[in-house]
Design a protein around this ligand. Structure first.
Ligand code: FE2
Length: 341
């Protein structure tokens, strides 16, 4: 593959539309985001990190309307603005200011490359942990540092883009924004089920994935979920029980992912978008060798099986056919491993 046009610094925010934004906002506050600013058109929500906002909520047909990455400097904006199909550099007329170049990815998603956004003071994070575990005493005479209520979202960490051709979509992001394959999962027929891609920050360690490029069983294209780092394990579990107590829809979790290593917990917004809390990710750098795995062999470290609403974003005949063939391949693999045992 050719050298990328730029290497983005971080996932900055998502723009999400909801037909009843007040209902979506109520969910997001229970999920652990905080309102940073409110305008006539949008609510800007933040985590406890100093980033100005990681979630822009506005009125419209339900779905993610744009995803944004931050560039290192103004010269990267100039470089990406020269890519075919890119907008010129424009001023962002929003509370955090800054500049933007807009592109459209192969699955039709608007991608914003931003620079110069004003930061905020960090907000109060979840109280830090000290565990008496693993034979090590770290909490003598103190009560556990747990705050019941919503989790403390720190920042947006990653999202999953699903489509009928995730390998091509990944290539587009690699060539333009420098995302780098961390691991790949293959379908029984040899196609790509998932490319986990990290930022490429050289020797600096970064989250295992910033974007997952996933095969959609219905072969539609969308953001399948957006994921946010929370303070720690107690903070995640406190948030789990808070969302449960408010009657929110749990989608999958709590468990620990094999790829990425995070402890995860997935919840659906009132308009169907899946939001993930996670803590304790694996970290990789540009020297970490990617691995390959067959989908039929994939097992999480621990946790329940994913719900159907996590696996299938939209039902059509392709989703039924593809799900049936995946389940059959998995059953065959299980029988083979039992026979070999
Ligand atoms: Fe995730």
């Amino acid at each position: 593959m050719s050298e990328p046009v730029i290497k983005v610094k971080r996932l900055a925010y998502v723009r999400v539309a909801a037909p009843e934004p007040a209902r979506a906002e109520a969910f997001l506050l229970e999920f652990g985001l905080q309102v940073a600013t409110r305008t006539d058109d949008a609510v800007y929500l933040r985590g406890t990190d100093p980033d100005p906002h990681c979630y822009v909520l506005s009125r419209g047909a339900a779905g993610v309307t744009a995803i944004a990455f931050e560039a290192d400097d103004a010269s990267d904006l100039e470089r990406i603005a020269r890519v075919e199909g890119a907008s010129p550099i424009e001023k962002l007329d929003e509370p955090a200011g800054g500049q933007v170049v807009r592109l459209r990815d192969p699955q039709g998603m608007q991608v914003e490359i931003v620079h110069g956004l004003a930061t905020l003071e960090a907000a109060e994070p979840a109280p830090p942990h000290a565990f008496n575990m693993d034979g090590r005493i770290r909490r003598e005479g103190d009560l556990p540092a747990v705050r019941p209520g919503p989790s403390h979202v720190r920042r947006i960490g990653h999202l999953v883009l699903e489509s009928g051709d995730p390998a091509s979509v990944y290539r587009w992001y690699h060539e333009r924004l420098g995302l780098r394959k961390a691991d790949e999962i293959h379908l029984p027929g040899g196609g790509t089920q998932m490319v986990f891609a990290s930022l490429d920050r050289g020797r600096e360690f970064v989250d295992h994935h910033v974007v997952g490029f996933q095969y959609a069983l219905d072969e539609g294209a969308r953001v399948q979920h957006v994921a946010f780092e929370v303070g720690n394990l107690d903070d995640l579990m406190a948030g789990h029980h808070h969302l449960k107590s408010r009657g929110r829809k749990a989608v999958w979790g709590v468990g620990r992912h094999r790829y990425g290593g995070q402890i995860y917990d997935y919840w659906a917004s009132p308009f169907g978008l899946i939001h993930e809390h996670w803590t304790d990710t694996d970290l990789v750098n540009a020297e970490t060798a990617p691995t390959d795995c067959d989908f039929v062999d994939l097992e999480e470290y621990w946790g329940p099986q994913p719900s159907l609403s996590f696996v299938v974003s939209r039902w059509n005949w392709k989703a039924v056919r593809n799900l049936a063939s995946l389940l059959a391949a998995r059953l065959r693999a299980m029988r083979r491993s039992r026979a070999g045992a």
